[in-house]
Design a protein around this ligand. Sequence first.
Ligand SMILES: Cc1cc2nc3c(=O)[nH]c(=O)nc-3n(C[C@H](O)[C@H](O)[C@H](O)COP(=O)(O)O)c2cc1C
Length: 473
Amino acid sequence: MKLCVLNGSPKGNKESITMQYIYYSERLFPKHNFESINIGQILNNMKINDKRFKTIIQQIKSADGIIWCFPIYTTLVPAQLKKFIELLFEQDKNPFQDKYTICLSTSMKFYDMMAHNYMNAVCEDLGLKYVGFYSAHTFDFLEFKYRRKWYTFLDYFLNIIGEQQQITKRYLPIKDREFAYNPEMDSNFKKINNQEKKIVILTDYSNNDTNIAKMIEQFKNCFTEKIIQYNINKENIKGGCLGCLKCGLDNQCVYKDDFCQLFQNIKNSDILVYAGTIKDRFLSSQFKMYFDRCFHNGHTPSMEGMQICFLISGPLSQIANLREWIAAMVELGYANLVDIVTDEYEDSKIIDRLIRNMAKNAVNLNERDYSSPSTFYEVGGYKIFRDMIFGLPGAIFRMDYNFFKEREMFNFPTRDWKGRISRVFLSFLLKSKKIRKKFKSNLPYAMTAAFHKEMNEIDFVNELAQIKQEINV
Ligand SMILES: Cc1cc2nc3c(=O)[nH]c(=O)nc-3n(C[C@H](O)[C@H](O)[C@H](O)COP(=O)(O)O)c2cc1C
C-alpha cells in the first residue's frame, strides 16, 4: 500500500518528533511504502510555487491512504499546514476524494483535541474518509507501551483501507451564503470619546470592498478619535514559527522582521479587536501565523487586562470549534471577551447595532476593569503549563519559569500542608462508624456553613459603596 505522509512540522522530516512515528512504522510495516512530504518546511515563508504544489498533488493522487502528521501549534495545526489546506480548497479537482486518512500529532496535550476537531472537519470537507486521530504526548515515543499503541492504531487503519470499510461522518458541510453588508451611519448615535483609550484593530483583509473591511469601518466610526489598525498582510513578517524554541531563554525570536515590534505595539492596548474572514474552518493562515509567532512570548498571558472584541465575516455559528477556540484563547491571555460580531445575521441594520453596542460595552468594561471569571479553559490550561514549566522544559523556557515563580503560580496542592494534614486527620476520624454516620447526615450543612457565616457578617451598605467606588460608578 502507498501511504502519503503530509508532514506539517516546520522543522522538516528529520528533526520532527512527530515524524519519528513514521520512521518507526517504515521498519515495522516494510511491505508498505511511506512517502513523506515536508509541507511545513516547504511553506515556512507561507508560499509555495505552482510546480512544486502540482508535484505534491500528484503524489497525493497516487496514494492509497493519507497520514497527516503534525505538531500541535497554538492549539491547532501550524500556520504552514493551514496555508497548504487553504490551497487545497482552491483546487478545481479534489485530489483527496474518497481516500482514507488519519491524523497523527505530538504535543504537550494542551488543547490537542481542538486541532483534531479542526482536522476531522477539514478532512471531511476535502472528501476524505476520516478514520480517526492519534494524539501522542511529545515524549510518548520513548516508551514501548506507547509505540505498541501506535502500531495497533496504524494496523487498524491499514485494515480499514484493505477492507474498504464504510466510514462514519461527524460534521455537516458548511452552508455558504452570499450577503453584502451595507453599513449605515446612525445620526442619533453619540460617538464614544476614546481620547484616553488605546484601541487597536488587528486584521488581514486585502480588499476594501469586503464585509470585514466594512465592519471595521463601522467599528471605527463609533469613536471620536482615530483607531490604530495593523494589517498582518502589510507588516514585514517573514514567515511562520519555525519551532526552534530558541525564544524560550529570552523571548527573542530568531526571525529578523517586525513581528516582535508588532506584538509589543498590540500588547498594552486597552481594547483589542481581531477582525478576519473565516477560511475553511478557522481564521486565515495569516492570522494563524500571527498566533503561532506569539509563541516567542512563551507560556504566559499576552493580553492581560484587555477587552477583546471579534469582528468575523463567515459562518462562525456553524463552527463550534472556532467559537470555543476564541473563548479559550481570550481566557488564556488573561483578557475579557466582550463579544463576537459576525455578518451571519444577513441584515445590515442588526450588524450595525451589534457593532455599536460592542464598541460601547468594550469601553464600559474597560473602565470598570472587568474580566470574566476563568473557566476550565484557563484553569485547566495553566495547570498543564505549570506542570510542564516546573519540570525539565522550565530550563528551556526560562522566562516562563521566572514568570510562574514571580506570580506564585507553582501552586501545587502538595504544598498545601494545612489541607493535607486536615485530610489525614479527617480520614482518620471517618474510620469510626459513628462519626461517619453523623458526618453524612451533616454533610450538606457543613459544606455551606462557612458561606452562611460570611453572608451574616457582610455589611451590605459599606460593601456596595466600596464596590461602586472601585469600579467608578
Ligand atoms: C509555536 C508552537 C506552538 C505550540 N503550541 C502547542 C499547543 O498549543 N499545545 C501543545 O500541546 N503543544 C504545543 N506546542 C508543542 C509542540 O506541539 C510539541 O513540541 C511537538 O511535539 C513538536 O513536534 P515536532 O517536533 O514534530 O514539530 C507548540 C510548539 C510550538 C513551537
